[in-house]
Design a protein around this ligand. Structure first.
Ligand SMILES: Nc1nc2c(ncn2[C@@H]2O[C@H](COP(=O)(O)OP(=O)(O)OP(=O)(O)O)[C@@H](O)[C@H]2O)c(=O)[nH]1
Ligand SMILES: [Mg+2]
Length: 315
């Protein structure tokens, strides 16, 4: 899997407009809140202090976070622009793009085969669905993908992954319910080596970031795969649920401290007005947001692009 890259090719430019249009529809709730809210504030008139205060409230209400909202308002205030709807919209957009544009997005060594990706997160954030979406992207590129059913904890988790594997054209390695998650991963990676698979994606059980023994289990899965493929897992993706708003921040903190998270996926952005959480997350952590989830089907995964995202929210 290669991370989404900024690229100025003609094709990307052509896709840009249609991607914004599509995302605008998917992010409708967040967009209604932010974009329409801004229109309301700017048309409401009043002095600079009132306008800035209302913008601050609007950003906080969109879950951009208190500190990040204050930072954005401060930047707009000190920029000296005349406060009309267009200039303010553009200034906020610029600030958001700046925050979202992390430098040094790590290059993923896709020459390593099998490339091993472990997917972690709290219960119900969208891990398994995200795995299906990722697998669909990869099989669509002609890659051979194998899913490891290392969620041996939740009843029906194995069947759920199996159904997705069938739909997206991936292999699966599974054990019985209650089996050791790390040994499923071990078998999956062994099978991947034997079958010349390109990418292994390990599904893990949802776990609360506060439960140390469960967090240790993630580390154990990682240790086991590294015995078979040095340096693996190459990626640890943390899936966050956008609808949980600020809660996602503490999850990102705990998982990144204990599980060596290399990338974030923010799922369920279609179902929430709290899309601003993406901005808060980007400002708080030095971990790249690789993808966003915008629906329940295997196609509903977008490589994260700061410009496309900010435009979809605000313009
Ligand atoms: N609207 C929407 N729903 C999503 C998205 N991603 C996942 N879901 C839904 O969220 C629910 C939970 O998804 P799962 O993929 O099973 O979540 P999980 O993290 O694997 O859950 P556990 O394994 O129980 O921890 C399902 O109903 C999914 O269809 C998304 O991007 N948008
Ligand atoms: Mg799951």
């Amino acid at each position: 899997m290669s991370p989404p890259r900024r690229d100025d090719t003609e094709q990307v430019k052509k896709n840009f407009v249609s991607r914004i249009k599509n995302l605008k529809t998917r992010l409708r709730k967040s967009r209604n809140l932010l974009s329409d809210g801004l229109t309301r504030i700017m048309r409401g008139g009043g002095d600079k202090a009132r306008i800035l205060e209302e913008i601050d409230e609007l950003l906080v209400g969109a879950d951009i976070g208190v500190r990040t909202s204050a930072h954005i308002v401060e930047q707009v205030s000190s920029s000296g622009i005349s406060l009309n709807e267009q200039t303010v919209r553009e200034a906020i957009r610029e600030e958001i793009v700046g925050i979202l544009s992390l430098e040094n997005i790590p290059e993923v060594d896709t020459t390593t085969r099998p490339h091993i990706v472990m997917v972690v997160g709290v219960n119900g954030t969208g891990k398994t669905t995200t795995i299906a979406k990722l697998a669909r992207r990869l099989t669509g590129e002609g890659k051979k993908v194998l899913l490891a059913a290392s969620d041996t904890f939740r009843a029906a988790a194995i069947e759920q992954l199996e159904i997705w594997a069938g739909r997206v054209g991936a292999d699966i390695v599974k054990h019985k319910l209650g089996a050791d998650a790390a040994s499923v991963a071990y078998d999956a990676v062994s099978a991947a080596i034997a079958r010349d698979v390109d990418t292994v994606i390990i599904d893990t059980a949802g776990r609360l970031q506060t439960k140390k023994n469960l967090m240790d289990e993630v580390a154990k899965i990682g240790r086991v795969t590294s015995k078979l493929v040095e340096g693996s897992p190459h990626e640890v993706l943390l899936v966050l649920d956008a609808t949980t708003g600020q809660n996602a921040i503490s999850q990102a903190r705990a998982f990144s401290e204990t599980c060596g998270v290399t990338g974030l996926v923010v799922a369920k952005l279609d179902g929430t007005a709290k899309g601003g959480i993406v901005v808060a997350i980007a400002r708080e952590f030095g971990i790249p947001i690789l993808y966003i989830g915008t629906g329940e089907t295997a196609e509903d995964l977008e490589p994260f692009d700061p410009e496309v995202f900010a435009d979809a929210l605000l313009t």
